[in-house]
Design a protein around this ligand. Structure first.
Ligand SMILES: *Cc1c(COP(=O)(O)O)cnc(C)c1O
Length: 391
């Protein structure tokens, strides 16, 4: 028993009474998209394993090989003795693929976002306080970063650049730096931004553009390298992860060489955390070799998503502005959404109910994540189950 369990239990009881208690549920994966949960075989439609790389033999072999040659751990943080040749190799390979001046590895996307913002927004370094403009739907890790930096965000309506422009104009008299924080593909809605328009706006207001490409990396842009890869040198900082389409773990940023060096000296989440270990680096290295050439898999992924979207719409579901591998089916009511998820599971389909506070009240939804590894039979199983989701 821990000291304040009484209070913690009270919080949990409240959550339970609201039907919002979350719990962990172990699953046993067979391959990239099939698993067993609670004794039932299910097709996984709620993983970010968009290219099925988690079970790719080349990644598995290289992870094994690099562990055997260089050990299972890096032993220290990057600035102590944790920087292996392997980190350099990957950062350079990635910079080439992203057409970026420099890249820097992080242990996770959450860690990167939550720790690089306090470094970026330091008014003692910038010489003035910054204004931070952010899309209403940005990821929790970016909120943590802003909170750690002690800044109040100026939120603009989701993906509404007219609103962003209005907010930038309202604050035109501000003399300090401006930052815009957004994602290129939004994790709960599956829509994407018009990056050309955003770059133009950022340039017009001289705003630093931070683009989180967690869900676009491996999936969109030239050679699957994210939307920013089509605009080399025009986004100040791009973040991506290796944990979603790239099938393993970790994150990176792409930025200028000076900014990279600044963060190496200034970003607590980079400085005070152990370097990514050799087996993970092996999987990353293999993924970076494979992903640029996976256009066929990307085409299959987008075709799978389009099929599911069409079928959901035909059944009367709102799929919002989804144009990507993430396809929401809005149900609205929380309980009805849980019921729908249960019915899908009875049909062998695993897809999570997403409810407030993750999404705004009244927009509870089932969120489907497609994978290139889904076979036609998997997609057909889902299409057959869609009509049962109706309240
Ligand atoms: C998943 C995600 C992250 C966090 O990345 P991890 O490597 O899983 O910590 C950050 N930003 C966005 C938009 C994400 O979807």
């Amino acid at each position: 028993m821990s000291r304040f369990d009484g209070q913690f239990a009270q919080f949990l009881a409240l959550r339970r009474s609201e039907n919002r208690l979350r719990a962990l549920r172990p699953v046993q994966p067979y391959d990239a998209v099939h698993l067993r949960a609670s004794g039932t075989d299910l097709v996984n439609f709620c993983s970010n394993n968009y290219l099925g790389l988690t079970h790719h033999p080349v990644l598995i072999d290289r992870a094994r090989e690099w562990a055997a040659r260089w050990g299972t751990g890096s032993g220290a943080s990057r600035l102590v003795s944790g920087t292996l040749d392997l980190h350099d190799v990957i950062e350079q390979k990635l910079a080439g693929l992203k057409q970026a001046e420099a890249t820097l590895l992080f242990t996770s996307g959450f860690q990167a976002n939550s720790s690089l913002l306090p470094a970026l927004l330091d008014h003692r370094v910038l010489g003035a306080k910054s204004l931070v403009f952010s899309d209403q739907l940005i990821h929790a890790s970016l909120h943590h970063g802003c909170a750690a930096a002690g800044v109040r965000q100026i939120r603009y309506r989701h993906n509404d650049f007219d609103h962003l422009k209005a907010r930038l104009t309202e604050t035109a008299e501000h003399r300090g730096p401006r930052f815009i924080l957004t994602e290129s593909v939004f994790s709960m809605d599956g829509d994407q931004i018009d990056l050309a328009a955003l770059i133009e706006l950022a340039n017009r207001y001289d705003a630093f553009l931070l683009l989180d490409e967690a869900h676009a990396t491996g999936v969109l842009g030239p050679r699957g390298m994210g939307l920013a890869a089509a605009f080399p040198g025009q986004v100040d900082l791009v973040l991506g992860t290796f944990s979603k389409a790239l099938g393993s773990f970790g994150a990176y940023i792409a930025c200028s060489a000076v900014l990279r060096q600044y963060l190496v000296n200034r970003c607590a989440g980079f400085i005070y955390s152990t370097a990514l270990p050799p087996p993970v680096l092996g999987a990353i290295d293999a993924a970076l070799d494979l992903v640029p050439a996976m256009d066929r898999e990307r085409a299959r992924l987008h075709a799978n998503a389009a099929r599911v979207r069409r079928s959901l719409r035909a059944a009367g579901f709102d799929t919002l502005a989804s144009t990507t591998q993430i396809v929401p089916a809005v149900i609205g009511d929380e309980t009805a959404t849980l019921v729908a998820a249960g019915r899908l599971e009875n049909h062998g389909v695993l897809a999570t109910a997403i409810r407030p506070p993750t999404v705004p009240p009244g927009t509870s939804r089932i969120r489907f994540s497609l994978s290139a590894a889904h076979g036609d039979d998997d997609i057909e199983r889902l299409l057959a189950a869609i009509p049962t989701m109706r309240p």
